[in-house]
Design a binder for this molecule. Sequence first.
Ligand code: BGC
Length: 456
Amino acid sequence: MGFKEGFVWGTATASYQIEGGAFEDGKGLNVWDVCSKQPGFVKDGDHGDIACDHYHRYKEDVAIMKKMNLKAYRFSINWARVIPNGIGKINEKGLAYYSDLIDELIKNDIEPYVTMFHWDYPDELFKRGGWLNPDSPDWFAQYAKVLVEHFSDRVTHWMTLNEPQCFIGLGHKQGTHAPGLKLGDTYILQAAHNTLLAHGKAVQVIRQYSKQPCEVGFAPIGGPTCPAANNPKDIEAAKAVTFGCDKDNYIWANSFWMDPVFLGQYPEDGMKELEQWMPKIGSDDLKIISQPLDFFGMNTYQGGTVRYNEETKETQWVKKIAGYPRTAITWPVTPEALYWGPKFFYERYKLPIIMTENGMSNIDRIFIDGQVHDPVRIDFLTRYLTQLKRAATEGVDIKGYFQWSLLDNFEWGEGYNERFGLVYIDYKTGERIMKDSAYWYSDVVKSNGKNLSTEL
Ligand code: BGC
């Protein structure tokens, strides 16, 4: 019942969002370093030059994780810190930084879960075409090899790419994320295919060069659509929407990114509509892309809802009515996404699931007593985790949960306006304050979620 013994409880972050140290110790520039300086690109002109200054304060942050009883920590590596030009010469100081962080985690019994790429693409490679360049999968594989050669003596959990939906969709189609491009479908599909190839090639490299047995996963957005009621017709309708792909939604379609990786084929429905824009697919490409994986990393914050209308025989979206609960960033609060999502994805892809991200932004501030009280976040996480526990109890193989995020941090285009952390950051002084939710979460971790019910 509930979460298995050995369930992995952690928090997640990403390099550009927390590290700072943007120009230190030989680090190269990445597309976020560059784009965030373009007027109007990020709210209030914010950027990640200093961010949470984790680059200098990581020991303090690991000590906080220890205090929170965390079993694991998911973080990403800033590619250009390790290889300033993206390929070629290695920056020893960059490697040393991550090596020290890994040692510090292990010293504190916290398992490192490493994401190889969380959106901070080396600017030098972008100038050579970035993900559009046919060599881009090999560039990524070379970088992956450097990481594995240096860290696999201590790291046994790897994720290749974080949310290609975002860095391709927001970064190359909508232009709201770095590198800020607004490309047509031919180019987007080419870039998307190259990122999938990059994933596959990196998995091959990890398997080939890891110094010890390890687990490898992929961390896309898992965007479930939930049934309005728990009846077969609504459930079938929700599943069909969750895995549907067409010309207009392919960037956000689960199956577009997941089917090639987990099933070795692009979704048929999407391909019918996208055929004329699809790049040439090499005979081995899908074999490379669909390397066997050990877990499916799901990043889930919300889900839509549909119902099957018996009269019209159509699937209908259920609208969120005025006053529907929302987080500070206005995303709807839909805890059931952590029940239906794992259920649907497990059924289709048959891989153990690790929730690699879930959390909320809140309007947090320091109260008159000097503490940060965030009952809204505790309520949110209780509801979501209860639904996850329900899925686990019904037999979905869920191995871990990483709350997003350890610290308040740079929320991409929203800058520092959105606070997702369990730990409050005073951006003027760098001071860290554990929010009430951080204390609450440490109890959840300690009790392995036993203090959460399965009925809400
Ligand atoms: C991303 C994070 C981001 C979070 C909240 C995810 O899409 O992986 O980098 O901060 O959601 O928006």
